[in-house]
Design a protein around this ligand. Sequence first.
Ligand code: NAD
Ligand code: ZN
Length: 349
Amino acid sequence: MQESFDISSSSGKYNVVAGLDLLEQVVSEHPDAIYMVDERLAGTLPKSVTRKILIEANEGNKSLEKMPEVLLKMREAGANRTSHLVAIGGGVIQDIATFTASIYMRGIPWTYMPTTLLGMADSCIGGKSSINMLGYKNLVGNFYPPERVLIDMAFIQTLNADQVVGGLFEAAKICYARGYQEFLAYLQESPTFPMSADNAQRVIVRALKTKKWFIETDEFDQKERLLLNFGHTFGHAMETALGYRLWLHGEAVAAGMVVAADLSARLGRIDAVATQRITRILERCGLPTRLAPGLSAQGVRELMGVDKKSKSGRLRLVLLDAIGSANIASDVDERLLLAALSAHAQVPA
Ligand SMILES: NC(=O)c1ccc[n+]([C@@H]2O[C@H](COP(=O)([O-])OP(=O)(O)OC[C@H]3O[C@@H](n4cnc5c(N)ncnc54)[C@H](O)[C@@H]3O)[C@@H](O)[C@H]2O)c1
Ligand SMILES: [Zn+2]
């Protein structure tokens, strides 16, 4: 059964639909649109779609350096000011499409069909684009929500266990950031791999409706929405250190959450038992709970300094106050920060 709800944003409302057969629906509604599609999914497009731009989903292609090429392909596909863009893919395609739609001929309307669990349960709403530049992750970006988000459950079938678990984890994080009750309600939806289309839809819609609260309360990342970055400052540093290989985003954030919880305990904000509980939940999901092999505490700390969410040297971290209650902390004691990282490193300090 299809489900539908709206998201309010400063640029107006947009609609989210989750269900089956939505790819066919979008193609019949937008036969002349430009389709920007993850190269891997080219085979799923109906033959009738002729105006398409295929892009390999990788961090290098999601960069400012590659944007002229993408914009040129839009031009070559005949896009003009009245064209509609339909993007089909995961977070990488979404970021490229958001940015493209926002600047091509001063902005054109677009539709997004997320195809990874991360895209479906998290990034597809919120309207953000994050583009890499000169090796810096997500340095450039803007807000430009699509007109509609269509989540076709059929795309779940080809995702592997790691991709699903990584996405489930981001969904869990959203619910966790909203409060313990919301988190328990999420767990009751049986977020496990493999998932039936029905099950996936329930998990995804719950996570999105929870995220809806965050983005409608704080569209531009000033306060509440920052809580969704729980584990991310540590996670991003590890992803950078690993050169975006070895770990999926969700795995890096999982390990980051454990360090953030450990630091919260060292600062006396939560009981150490809470850290153990989070660690156990993540382990049960098969997620990492230590720094990636070979990474030192000091090395990760140095990379955290360049996170774009830190204000001139003052690192702002999302820490826990109690299970399910997170807050932004600045001026965290460096020794305790390093101790929390060292406690989870797999190499000697
Ligand atoms: N703009 C935002 O709000 C936001 C939020 C979170 C993450 N992101 C960005 O999203 C990116 C990560 O997103 P992602 O994990 O979706 O990555 P992705 O788009 O790179 O997809 C991951 C892999 O899955 C493949 N794939 C996509 N759909 C598939 C399907 N249905 N079946 C099989 N394989 C499929 C892709 O080809 C790719 O190899 C990062 O660049 C991150 O910065 C953006
Ligand atoms: Zn994330």
